[in-house]
Design a protein. Structure first.
Length: 327
């Protein structure tokens, strides 16, 4: 039996013939993709995943929904085109995404590539998002780079780190890998709570919550480095490891970071006091299963003193990266 390859033209023909449901694009791929339309003829394209895949951002012309499929325990991320005048462009976008995702060997890699594709298309048609980041945003970026490239990078290499750095693209955790997801939080020395951004951020298995004490200063002090220095060092480490520099720069652009801004060379930070927590049964968190239907974007705080029983050492936290052993 000859299998007809999926194309935008085939998709369009099926919709014209009355397709009003979702069909799987190619069940042999590592990343499951679906396409279809609804009764109003609105085109839909998306993914079925084993874990929450994160939310890309496109435009008001596309509605994006992520939901858990209760019967199978999987998740669906669905993009539906609201404005039919963009049908051709939307099909071209989906065609580009499926061609890139089809080349990946794992679901995690496929979703990462898809998020990158969505980000690149949005950047193509939108003005640059570069802006001056607040001090708090700079602290957060410092914490992610310090953990990702100075701690995790020494274990798995900077090229793997930049592939897994999905937080800038709207993923629920900052670093997402096959074996484990890391969510990084910066804190002051006197901080007693950690802020959680949504009901999705700590939802799922194999999540490590990383808490980093970050001090900041407006002048140079012993042990402090500028944000520009940290960014440049991370970029150099990606280059030396043969990693994707375009992906690294794209992530910074998603965050609105402009490396040419002189202010980032005048902001000094120092990271210390790394704490790692295994997000497992009994962990104090709010997840999608705890939220009433119709409620979303839940933000909450976790008291650090309540996390002692979930604390693990760095070896256990970084040792979750089994897929990169020997890399």
């Amino acid at each position: 039996m000859t299998v007809v390859a999926w194309t935008p033209g085939r998709w369009q023909d099926e919709v014209r013939q009355g397709l009003v449901t979702l069909r799987e694009l190619d069940p042999t791929l590592a990343t499951r993709m679906v396409y279809g339309a609804d009764e109003a003829g609105r085109l839909s394209f998306g993914f079925i995943t084993r874990r929450p895949p994160g939310m890309p951002q496109l435009s008001d012309a596309v509605t994006i929904v992520m939901a858990e499929r209760e019967q199978s325990g999987t998740w669906i991320l669905l993009l539906t085109l609201e404005d039919t005048k963009f049908s051709e462009v939307f099909m071209q976008l989906c065609d580009h995404v499926q061609s890139q995702v089809s080349e990946t060997a794992t679901e995690s890699a496929g979703i990462a590539i898809a998020m990158q594709c969505f980000a690149e298309w949005r950047q193509l048609f939108q003005a640059s998002k570069k802006r001056l980041l607040s001090v708090e945003q700079c602290r957060g970026l410092f914490a992610e780079l310090d953990f990702g490239f100075n701690i995790l990078g020494k274990v798995v290499g900077s090229s793997a780190v930049v592939e897994g750095w999905q937080g800038p693209y709207g993923s629920d955790q900052d670093f997402q890998f096959v074996d484990v997801h890391y969510e990084v939080k910066s804190r002051h020395a006197t901080t007693h709570v950690l802020r959680i951004a949504s009901e999705y951020q700590l939802d799922g298995d194999n999540i490590i919550l990383v808490s980093i004490e970050v001090a900041d200063s407006s002048k140079e002090l012993p042990g402090f480095v500028t944000l520009s220095h940290v960014v440049n060092c991370a970029r150099d480490s990606v280059a030396l490891d043969g990693g994707d520099l375009d992906a690294f720069d794209s992530a910074l652009d998603e965050l609105g970071f402009d490396p040419s801004e002189e202010i980032y060379g005048q902001m000094y930070f120092r990271g210390s006091g790394y704490d790692f927590y295994s997000v497992s049964d009994g962990f104090p968190r709010i997840t999608t299963s705890d939220v009433t239907v119709g409620v979303s974007s839940v933000q909450y705080q976790i008291e650090l003193k309540q996390l002692k029983e979930f604390e693990i050492d760095s070896g256990a936290a970084l040792g979750r990266m089994k897929s990169y052993e020997g890399a």
